[in-house]
Unconditional design. Structure first.
Length: 351
C-alpha cells in the first residue's frame, strides 16, 4: 500500500478483515489514513505485526470509533501492549482479542489496570501463557467492571489460578467465562463458588481439562449455579457419579445446553438422565462415550421429552459408523456418499 489517499469509498467501510499477510510498513501506512474514521471492526490475524504493529495502532488517532479489534497470532509481546494500554484513542473499544501471542505479565497487567477502555465487554487472552499473578491483577482491577466475556483458554492454568477471584469481586458483569484446555482439576469451581462469581455466569466453558467428579459435584451443589444456561464439560475425567450430580441438581434450573462428550460415562448415568426433569429443558445435550450401551443411548434419542433440536444435535455428534448401524436397523437407505449430517437428519425424523 502506497502513501496516496484512500479512495473516497473507504470512508463508508465499517469492518476490515485482512486474510493476506501484511508487512509492518503496509499496516502503518493504512493506519495513517483519515478515511478510516468510521471503521468499527479491525481484524488482522496471523500477520506477524509484533510489538511495532500494536505500538503503531496505539498512536493513531484515525480510528476513533473502533469497537472490535482482533490481532490474534501476531507475535505481540509485553512492550506493545504496554503502549496500547496507555493509549486514549479507543474509548469505544468493546472487544479485544489477542489470542495466540506472548503478552507477558507486565503487558497484561498494564492493560487490565488501564482506565482508557471503559466500554470493553469482551477480552480474549487465550494461548498467552498467563500466570496466576497476571490473573490476580485482572481480577483486582477497578477498571474492568463492564467486562462480560473473558477467554482464558489454552494457558496451562491450574486450579489455584482463579483463587484471586475469592478476594476481588471486581467482575460484576461477567456472564461468559472460557477456561477450556487448561489443567484444572478439582478446586477451580470451588473458587468460582466462594467468590460468588458463579452467580453472574450464564455461559461456562471448561472442556479439555482434568475435571473430575469432585469438581462437578461442587458445581451441581451450588445454589449460585441457577443462572447457568450453557455448560461445556466435554473431554474431562467426569464419571457417572459426577454426571448424575448434574442430572439431579435442583439448582441448574436455567440450563439449556450441556456438553459431557468424551467423558468416561456409562449407561448408569444415562438411565438417571432418562428420569430427570433436566432432559425436558435442554435445547442441546452432547454425549459421546464408547461405554454407553447402544440401546440405552437410542432410548435417550427416542425419549419424548427430548426436544427436536436436541435430538438432532445428539445424532449429529455420534460416530458415523453408529449412525449407519441405526440406519440399517430402521431401514433407512444410504450410500457411502451419504453425508453424516443428512443421515443424522433422517434418523432424527424416524425417532
Amino acid at each position: 500500500m502506497d502513501d496516496q489517499p484512500l479512495p473516497t469509498a473507504w470512508s463508508f467501510v465499517r469492518a476490515l478483515k485482512m486474510s493476506k499477510r501484511w508487512i509492518l510498513h503496509e499496516f502503518e501506512t493504512l493506519l495513517s489514513h483519515r478515511e478510516l474514521a468510521h471503521m468499527t471492526v479491525l481484524q488482522f490475524d496471523g500477520h506477524g505485526l509484533g510489538d511495532p504493529g500494536l505500538q503503531a495502532l496505539a498512536k493513531t488517532t484515525n480510528l476513533p470509533k473502533l469497537q472490535t479489534l482482533r490481532l490474534r497470532h501476531n507475535d505481540i509481546h509485553g512492550p506493545g501492549l504496554v503502549d496500547f494500554a496507555a493509549s486514549k484513542h479507543f474509548p469505544d473499544l468493546r472487544e479485544l482479542s489477542l489470542k495466540g501471542n506472548e503478552l507477558g505479565d507486565e503487558g497484561i497487567t498494564e492493560f487490565v489496570e488501564s482506565p482508557h477502555f471503559p466500554a470493553l465487554r469482551t477480552l480474549d487472552l487465550g494461548m498467552n501463557i498467563l500466570t496466576p499473578s497476571t490473573l490476580s491483577a485482572l481480577f483486582a482491577s477497578a477498571h474492568r467492571d463492564s467486562l462480560c466475556a473473558l477467554d482464558l483458554s489454552r494457558n496451562g492454568l491450574e486450579d489455584h489460578a482463579l483463587c484471586g477471584l475469592t478476594t476481588s469481586h471486581r467482575l460484576p458483569s461477567l456472564t461468559h467465562l472460557t477456561l477450556s484446555y487448561n489443567t484444572f482439576c478439582e478446586t477451580v469451581f470451588e473458587d468460582l463458588v466462594e467468590s460468588q462469581q458463579l452467580q453472574t455466569l450464564t455461559h461456562l466453558k471448561a472442556h479439555g481439562n482434568l475435571l473430575n467428579t469432585k469438581a462437578t459435584k461442587t458445581l451441581a451443589n451450588s445454589v449460585t449455579a441457577n443462572r447457568l444456561q450453557h455448560l461445556h464439560l466435554g473431554h474431562n475425567h467426569i464419571d457417572d457419579e459426577g454426571a448424575i450430580a448434574l442430572f439431579t441438581s435442583p439448582h441448574l434450573t436455567s440450563l439449556t445446553h450441556l456438553d459431557l462428550s468424551y467423558n468416561p460415562l456409562t449407561s448408569e448415568s444415562i438411565k438417571v438422565l432418562l428420569r430427570s426433569p433436566l432432559l425436558a429443558q435442554l435445547d442441546e445435550i452432547l454425549l459421546v462415550a464408547p461405554s454407553i450401551d447402544v440401546d440405552i443411548l437410542e432410548s435417550l434419542l427416542s425419549h419424548p421429552a427430548l426436544r427436536p433440536h436436541a435430538r438432532q444435535r445428539l445424532f449429529e455428534v455420534q460416530p458415523e459408523q453408529q449412525l449407519q448401524s441405526w440406519a440399517k436397523k430402521h431401514n433407512i437407505t444410504f450410500t457411502r456418499h451419504t453425508k453424516k449430517a443428512e443421515l443424522a437428519k433422517q434418523l432424527c425424523a424416524s425417532h
